[in-house]
Write a protein that binds this ligand. Sequence first.
Ligand code: FAD
Ligand code: NAI
Length: 466
Amino acid sequence: MAYDLTVIGTGPGGYVCAIRAAQLGMKVAVVEKRATHGGTCLNVGCIPSKALLQASERFEEAGHMFAKMGIKVSAPELDLPAMMAFKEEGINGNVKGIDFLFKKNKIDVFSGVGVIEGAGKVKVTSDKGEAQTIETKNIVIASGSDVARLKGIEIDEKRVVSSTGALTLEKVPGHLIVVGGGVIGLELGSVWKRLGAKVTVVEFLDRLIPGMDGEVAKQFQKTLGKQGFEFKLSSKVTGVDTSGKTLKVQVEPAAGGAAETLEADVVLVAIGRVPYTEGLGLETAGVEKDERGRVKVDGHYKTNVDGIYAIGDVIVGPMLAHKAEDEAIAVAEILAGQAGHVNYDVIPSVIYTFPEVASVGKTEEELKEAGVAYNSGKFPFMANARAKVNNTTEGFVKVLADAKTDRVLGVHIIGPEAGEMIHEAAVLMEFGGSSEDLARTCHAHPTRSEAVKEAALAVEKRAIHM
Ligand code: FAD
Ligand code: NAI
């Protein structure tokens, strides 16, 4: 059987691309080497981490907030196997959803490792060693990314773990050392902190979350510090001695200097992710990669080889599931002769800690560096009625608007539910809206979203509740 399109990898990039292409009338095959579809995101990433963040947040709430609200319960007890089962149930439900969607859209599934033998040919080898070759008009590579390793430190996924092992620990570590103060370190650090671990984050830079608006990052670090996170900034881990019962972790100043040894039960290595192209046959097919090992594509996701395209974590850009999904739709539409397009200026990003941190568009630092004159409006949740009555007043909303045109260039929120609230800013920015548009949009009372309207009003120094 010859296909119009064969997609390698069924993560958020691959499975969405397959569905959109099928909707557009293409005959589509997908190739996946993992036992279940959904890729990193669904199996060992976004979904399991959010299940544990949800469960651990409720655990903490039951211990600290219920009594304050007049709900008397005995001190919550952790049943970690049950919490892990809750996580698995969430994964399985979503995995079944993708299986259903593949059937519904008449997409053929090939299980095994896909190797590109050249334009129009993908060889699939199953885990039993059986091989078959798919003939296909086009190929989309959606092979995702893998954990970045730290030289000299071996990940055993038991005591020295990547995010994958940190999602399946069998008991709460007494002391968890997180290498890397990025998104994974702070989300999974939050999970284990809430469940009782002491958490120390060792970060190479002098701040958390590089790329995040500086003012937000400062507030975020302060808030996490209050929760009990310990930070060793401008520091690096140079070795982990696993020979004893406790791990001995060598920590050095990033700039060099005297090392100290910290003891830990578990070390989580979370220093970023790297594109995954191993065994894809890119060299044989003549597909070029860039200096960072990413598949090189043009503005239409086409590689240097006709008929071969790539999307998601394996190409340039933020390693986010929704970025992969939007590229998936765009490339399917391009293959169908339509004008598929992704607006990279409006890709929201969310950190699902408590409080959440969400942003879309430019940071103040980026605007300054680009020499763009801007006005800033800021509104604290402390002055928001709903936040006050819910007793969750940490954080603020910041709206950055072009000084000349008032067009909104960036919105940054730190506070509970920030990840849901950011989307009104994304829609506004997609339509090229101004802070005046946002300020004149009626927002329901009492909602946390009123803080977004107030921040927009604050751009012209006319916030009402401040
Ligand atoms: P992947 O999801 O990595 O899928 C690639 C698939 O290709 C895999 O299933 C792999 O087995 C398969 N594959 C690779 N090579 C072959 C081959 N040769 N043959 C057959 N199959 C192959 N992003 C967010 O937006 N929000 C979050 O909350 C979030 N949380 C995360 C939490 C963690 C702990 C991690 C690790 C990541 C998180 N991410 C999150 C990032 C997100 O998971 C990725 O951006 C997303 O999965 C990328 O999608 P993708 O389709 O490009 O690749
Ligand atoms: P990251 O890039 O977010 O953070 C890595 C951190 O490690 C950085 O702060 C970096 O300065 C630091 N670092 C690098 N080398 C170091 C070293 N040797 N010692 C100490 N610190 C070092 O990477 P992370 O957290 O591993 O996540 C990978 C990607 O997964 C993210 O970039 C993101 O795209 C995605 N992700 C997204 C989530 C979300 O959207 N909520 C959640 C989790 C992951």
